[in-house]
Design a protein around this ligand. Structure first.
Ligand code: GTP
Length: 358
C-alpha cells in the first residue's frame, strides 16, 4: 500500500510528567485533528490519563493499561491496531483518519516502532508518520542524566517539544544548554518550545518519519546530515582511522558532551560507490554485532549499478526495506550515513565501515 492509503500513526512519548497528556488534550481540540483515534497506555492497575483527555467523541479513546507498551503488552497494541479498523467503522466507513499512541513515561519507543514495522498486517495498514517526545524543561537535564529511557526517547524523535517554559521568566542559560544537549543526542530532530500543550496541528501533520521515496520532504532534508556534521566530531575519510582515535574536541563547561551521555550521533561521508554485496554484508554484520545499540541508522548510499541513491533506514536491529530511488536530488553523489547510537563510539563504527563496507 502507498502512503496515501495507509493510516498515519504518531507516537507520543516523553518522561513521566513531561506534558504528554496536556499536549494531547490541546491537539484533539483542533478541527484538523478531529478524526484522530487515541490509544493511551498507562502503567499500573488504575489508569487515569484516559479520563484526562477530552475528545469530541469519547469512543475514540482506547486505553491499554496494566503493563508497558514497550514490553509486556506490545501484543495488545498490535491486536488493538488490527481491530480498530472494524471496531471504529460506521456502515463500512472508517471513523478516524489517524492514530496517536501515547506511551507511558518510562516506555522505550523502539520496540513499539518495531511492532509497527514488522507486523505484516499492521505494516500494510499503518505508517509511522512521526515520533514526538515531550521534555519538561525544569527537569529534563536531570532526567536525561538518570534515565536511559529518556535519552532513548530523545534519540528516536522527529519532534522534540520543550514544555513548561512558562514557568521560567525568560530563556535561561539552562534552556540553551538543554537545547544544545538535545541537538547532540539527535541532531536531525526539530526542537520547539511549547506552553500548556499549545501546538499547531501542522507541526504534527508535516512530520514524515520514513519512506523518503514517497515523501513530500526532500531527500536531503530527510537525512539532514548537515545537522549531524555540525555537532559530531568531523567527517571521516577512510584510511584516517588514526586521527579518529584521538580526542578531537576539548570539553568545556558548556559542551553538551560533558554529560557523558550514552547516546551519540555520528555522520560519515564516503566518496566512493559501494557494491550491493558489501552494503548488504556490512548491514548484516552491523546489526548482528550492535543491533540493539543502534538506535537509529539512516543513509543515502551510492550503490554500484544504480542510477539513483539507495536509501536505508533502521531502528535498532530492524531495517525497513531499502528504497531504490531513480535519481539523485543534486550533483552530490557521496554516500552519507548517519547514526544515533547507544554506547558505540565513532571509531568502532568507522572500523566496521572501513573493514566491511569499503
Ligand atoms: N505550567 C505548565 N504546566 C504544564 C505544562 N505542560 C504540562 N503541565 C503540567 O504538568 C503536569 C504533568 O503534565 P501531564 O500532561 O499530565 O504529563 P504526562 O507526560 O502526561 O504525565 P504522565 O502521564 O505521568 O507520564 C500537569 O499538572 C500539567 O498541567 C506547561 O507547559 N506549563
Amino acid at each position: 500500500m502507498t502512503n496515501n492509503t495507509r493510516l498515519p500513526v504518531f507516537l507520543l512519548t516523553g518522561f513521566l510528567g513531561s506534558g504528554k497528556t496536556t499536549l494531547l488534550n490541546q491537539l484533539v481540540k483542533q478541527p484538523e485533528l478531529a478524526r484522530t483515534l487515541i490509544i493511551i497506555n498507562e502503567f499500573g492497575t488504575v489508569s487515569l490519563d484516559h479520563l484526562l483527555v477530552s475528545h469530541a467523541s469519547d469512543d475514540t479513546i482506547i486505553e491499554l493499561a496494566s503493563g508497558c507498551l514497550c514490553c509486556s503488552i506490545r501484543g495488545d497494541l498490535a491486536k488493538t491496531l488490527r481491530d480498530i479498523h472494524w471496531r471504529f467503522s460506521r456502515q463500512g466507513e472508517r471513523s478516524f483518519d489517524r492514530v496517536i499512541i501515547e506511551t507511558t513515561g518510562l516506555a522505550e519507543p523502539a520496540p513499539i516502532m518495531h511492532t509497527l514495522m514488522t507486523d505484516i498486517t499492521l505494516a500494510s495498514k499503518y505508517r509511522l508518520q512521526g515520533v514526538i517526545t515531550t521534555l519538561d524543561t525544569l527537569h529534563a537535564a536531570a532526567t536525561l542524566d538518570r534515565h536511559p529511557e529518556s535519552q532513548k526517547q530523545v534519540a528516536v524523535a522527529d519532534l522534540l517539544l520543550l514544555t513548561k517554559t512558562d514557568l521560567q521568566a525568560e530563556p535561561t542559560p539552562k534552556l540553551a544548554q538543554l537545547t544544545a544537549r538535545l541537538k547532540q543526542l539527535n541532531p536531525a530532530a526539530q526542537i520547539r518550545t511549547i506552553q500548556q500543550g499549545n501546538l499547531e496541528p501542522q507541526a504534527l501533520l508535516s512530520l514524515d518519519h520514513i519512506e523518503p521515496q514517497q515523501s513530500t520532504i526532500p531527500l536531503r532534508q530527510w537525512l539532514n546530515s548537515a545537522a549531524f556534521s555540525l555537532t559530531s566530531l568531523s567527517d571521516t575519510v577512510p584510511g584516517q582511522l588514526a586521527s579518529l582515535s584521538a580526542p578531537s574536541t576539548t570539553l568545556s563547561q558548556n559542551d553538551p558532551n560533558r554529560h557523558n551521555d550514552h547516546i551519540k550521533a555520528h555522520c560519515f561521508t564516503l566518496p566512493q560507490a559501494i557494491t550491493p554485496g558489501r552494503l548488504e554484508g556490512w548491514l548484516n554484520i552491523l546489526m548482528q554485532l550492535m543491533g540493539s545499540n543502534m538506535l537509529r541508522v539512516k543513509g543515502i548510499v551510492n550503490v554500484v549499478g544504480h542510477s539513483g541513491p539507495v536509501v536505508i533506514h533502521g531502528v535498532q536491529h530492524i531495517f525497513h526495506p531499502a528504497a531504490f530511488l531513480t535519481a539523485w536530488p543534486d550533483a552530490d553523489r557521496q554516500t552519507r550515513l548517519v547514526f544515533i547510537t547507544y554506547d558505540i563510539e565513532r571509531e568502532t563504527l568507522a572500523r566496521t565501515i572501513e573493514t566491511f563496507l569499503l
